[in-house]
Design a protein around this ligand. Structure first.
Ligand SMILES: Cc1ncc(COP(=O)(O)O)c(C=O)c1O
Length: 364
């Protein structure tokens, strides 16, 4: 068989990945549905009612052909109002949005500078460009500054995540100052910070009180706290115009699903309605982790370190037997294996306490 040796090699070091059907009998501490919106059937019903009022319920073609629908526009206008950006563009997924931005914006003679823990979609896109690409040490602002000072370039484009998807680290606020000072374009991937941090739960711009400027780009995903699927890019009108002319995953792809985009709009409104309750529940989960592990979660990602890939799988199995579903994340996604635990706020805190009790008694 053509790939047997590669697959065997993965198996040997406990890195072989397999898909498993979700076991709904387990309590889900694995998925990114931070606020439990994916199970709120009233949001689905509202969405279907709204989409049914239009002639077509499918996007049918690219946004640049005939697929840009009032549902997309309505959602984009909502996002601009809420986040204070000039323009929004919906995209098929966070992966496609990162591909769009990172493949299109850095041109020849530019420099792209990414945090070394930036998401795989950005890393992949960075391999497709002719601009110079550099990585700075994770969340190390001195290293970022050093790269900006010691390289020559026409434009610099810096890419960070609001909350890093695996380590759960919060981006250093200084990145905004540094990028302003060096007049770089700054991309903030807010996949894991929207719905989780900030006074209005809008992510790190909101948390740090940053007024968006013409060089800021905020990417948000809809498949995590928002309980839908898809993504959006917020930026200046100028950058939006460029992306719509150059970003291949926006131009050469069918526009995002209307049902998903409307579901996301309805999801955002639901967060607004329940914001104080959600913030209280998020705080409660953070207190539990602090009490059990003396660890400060910035968002709702608790990376429980384990000492080998083998143990990651073993602990995962043990938790599975106790009725808990968690993710065992191994190389190459992370350098050191972890159990990635998401204390989703729709699961009562007592269940989360039992999971923490079990883990805190275990050797890593
Ligand atoms: C930081 C980050 N960016 C982008 C993505 C891709 O988003 P999507 O799952 O919507 O394609 C993910 C996750 O999957 C992510 O964790």
């Amino acid at each position: 068989m053509p790939y047997s040796s590669e697959l065997k090699a993965l198996q040997k070091v406990d890195r072989l990945r397999v898909r498993k059907l979700e076991n709904t009998k387990l309590i889900d501490f694995a998925s990114n549905d931070y606020l439990g919106l994916s199970e709120q059937k009233e949001l689905l019903r509202k969405t279907v009612d709204e989409v049914e009022t239009y002639t077509s319920h499918a996007p049918k073609s690219s946004q640049l052909v005939n697929g840009y629908h009032p549902i997309h526009k309505n959602f984009e206008e909502y996002l601009c109002r809420k986040n204070g950006f000039e323009e929004a563009i919906v995209a098929g997924s966070g992966f496609l949005a990162n591909l769009a931005i990172i493949e299109a914006l850095p041109r020849k003679k530019d420099i792209l500078i990414l945090d070394e823990e930036y998401h795989a979609s950005g890393i992949l896109a960075s391999k497709l460009i002719s601009a110079e690409v550099k990585f700075f040490r994770h969340n190390d602002m001195d290293d970022l500054k050093d790269i900006l000072q010691t390289n020559s370039y026409k434009r610099a484009i810096v890419a960070v995540e609001g909350i890093y998807s695996m380590s759960g680290d919060l981006v250093d606020k200084k990145v905004f100052e540094i990028c302003d000072k060096f007049e770089t374009i700054l991309i903030v991937d807010e996949a894991h910070s929207v719905g989780v941090v900030g006074d209005s739960l809008l992510g790190v711009f909101d948390l740090y009180g940053i007024e968006p400027n013409k060089n800021h780009i905020k990417m948000g995903t809809l498949g995590k706290a928002i309980g839908s699927y898809g993504s959006y890019i917020l930026c200046s009108s100028h950058i939006a115009e460029f992306l719509l002319n150059r970003a291949k995953s926006l131009i050469y792809a069918t526009a995002p699903s209307l049902l998903d985009i409307e579901l996301a709009r309805v999801g955002f409104l639901y967060i607004e309605e329940n914001i104080e309750l959600f913030k209280k529940e998020i705080r409660r989960r953070r207190e539990i982790v602090k009490r059990h592990f003396d660890y400060d979660m910035s968002g709702l990602i608790f990376p429980f370190e384990v000492n080998s890939s083998k143990n990651a799988l073993k602990r995962q199995k043990e938790l599975d037997n106790l009725g808990f579903s968690v993710a065992a994340i191994r190389a190459p996604t992370v350098k050191k294996p972890i159990l990635r635990i998401i204390p989703r706020i729709n699961i009562n805190s007592k269940s989360f306490e039992s999971l923490c009790n079990f883990l805190s008694r275990r050797e890593p």
